[in-house]
Design a protein around this ligand. Structure first.
Ligand code: FAD
Length: 373
């Protein structure tokens, strides 16, 4: 059986669901293909949202909790506290959040096909034909195609678009029963041996504590090592692991090319993840929404090619890629421990965590230089 629609979105993650919701709300007959049976199952993200997302998204309050500051630890677990008036992070019930996004997309009119794997696509005279694993409806035809199928995108390969080449590997456990953890702090651990090239963390989340790390080095055994280390700071004697998450984080910046006539990539598939902070939710949702609106405008109102609207606001992450390379050269654990309580490092960390424009801002650099004097 063959079905026709305006837009097919492959992948019901942050990028795909946001794009589908926006396009459907603007009148596109939209189908989302997702291989999982439940969009909230097997999440691979910590789901931490920066304030900029919280300020512009009417996310249900019960799916989030605010965290107002950061406790930054050196390898010996010596720490400093950082906060900025008015700034906060949102820890989230990520499975709940994904289900909420799916409900919004469905309410806008998008059709969500779960347990349906994308197999391949072929260009036709008026769009694409997409083959799926669905038994009842194996082939779908569309005018526009979105590949939002994550870091190892099959859609990208079939459309001969660029693929991600550089990754961090992340792993996380969710615990109940953690005691002695300051719940108003995001606990961030800098340790070049434990989490080479990135950080380890403990997030007081929604009903659970999320403990994880990401690294450019090997990951095997690292979570156990991290939990042994954290047992010196928090009381883990009654803690129990209730779930595990993990996955690849693209860190090489946007893939090239990320678009072709009638189709484009979004989210991790497009490499739209900050190479420095590994945050991908904000760009996935922001660009997903813009893409959805632009696709509908293009298909129904003769608007410009949708990629133009995305390209106008897509970050290049140029300076963050440079900083990522520098971060890989972080000094030894001995030096980090020495520097962690110094004024310039405190100021630098403050800017990275809280400054709206980060190291792009002249004011931020002035603060760092003044602190070094
Ligand atoms: C351990 C870890 C922690 C992270 N923590 C944070 C954080 O705290 N904050 C933050 O901003 N970012 C974080 N990130 C990054 C963030 O999770 C991603 O950037 C974000 O999830 C990207 O969303 P997406 O929609 O592009 O892709 P995904 O969330 O990967 O969604 C892709 C979807 O496509 C589906 N799919 C894939 N292949 C197929 C197929 N063949 N057929 C059908 N469906 C398919 C998948 O099942 C999935 O549902 C983290 C990443 C990891 C790995």
């Amino acid at each position: 059986m063959r079905t026709s629609c305006d837009l097919i979105v492959v992948g019901a993650g942050f990028a795909g669901l946001t794009c589908a919701q926006a396009a459907a709300a603007r009148g596109s007959r939209t189908v989302v293909i997702e291989r999982k049976a439940d969009v909230g199952a097997a999440c691979h993200t910590t789901g931490l949202l920066v304030k900029e997302v919280a300020d512009t998204w009417d996310v249900p309050r019960e799916l989030t909790r605010r965290i107002h500051g950061v406790r930054l630890y050196g390898p010996s677990l010596k720490s400093i506290d950082l906060h900025s008036p008015g700034y906060f992070f949102l820890a989230t019930d990520t499975p709940g959040l994904m289900r909420h996004l799916a409900e919004q997309a469905t309410a806008a009119g998008a059709r969500l096909k779960l347990s349906t794997g994308y197999k391949e696509c072929r260009r036709t005279d008026d769009g694409f034909r997409v083959a799926t694993s669905s038994i009842g409806e194996q082939s779908l035809a569309c005018r526009y195609l979105i590949g939002a199928d994550g870091a190892r995108s099959r859609v990208a390969g079939d459309l001969r678009l660029g693929g991600n080449r550089r990754f961090l590997v992340g792993a996380e456990v969710e615990l109940v029963g953690v005691r002695g953890l300051d719940a108003d702090r995001l606990h961030v651990i800098l340790d070049g041996r434990l989490a080479k090239g990135y950080i380890a963390w403990a997030v007081p989340g929604v009903g659970v504590t999320q403990v994880g790390l990401a690294t450019s080095g090997p990951i095997a055994g690292r979570i156990d090592a991290l939990l042994r280390r954290l047992a010196d700071v928090f009381d883990l004697s009654a803690a129990k692991i209730v779930s595990r998450r993990g996955g690849l984080i693209p860190c090489g910046g946007p893939v090239r090319p990320w678009r072709t006539p009638g189709a484009m990539l979004l989210g991790d598939a497009a490499g739209m993840v900050s190479p420095l902070t590994a945050g991908g939710i904000h760009p996935a949702m922001q660009l997903g929404r813009v893409a959805g609106v632009a696709i509908a405008n293009h298909l129904f109102d003769g608007g410009p090619e949708p990629w133009r609207a995305v390209s106008a606001i897509a970050p290049s992450f140029a300076y963050k890629r440079w900083l990522r390379a520098a971060y890989e050269l972080l000094p030894t654990n001995y030096l980090i421990d020495r520097l962690i309580t110094s004024a310039p490092l405190r100021r630098l960390a403050q800017v990275i965590f809280f400054h709206h424009r980060g190291l792009f801002s002249l004011a931020a650099w002035r603060e760092i230089v003044l602190a070094a004097r």
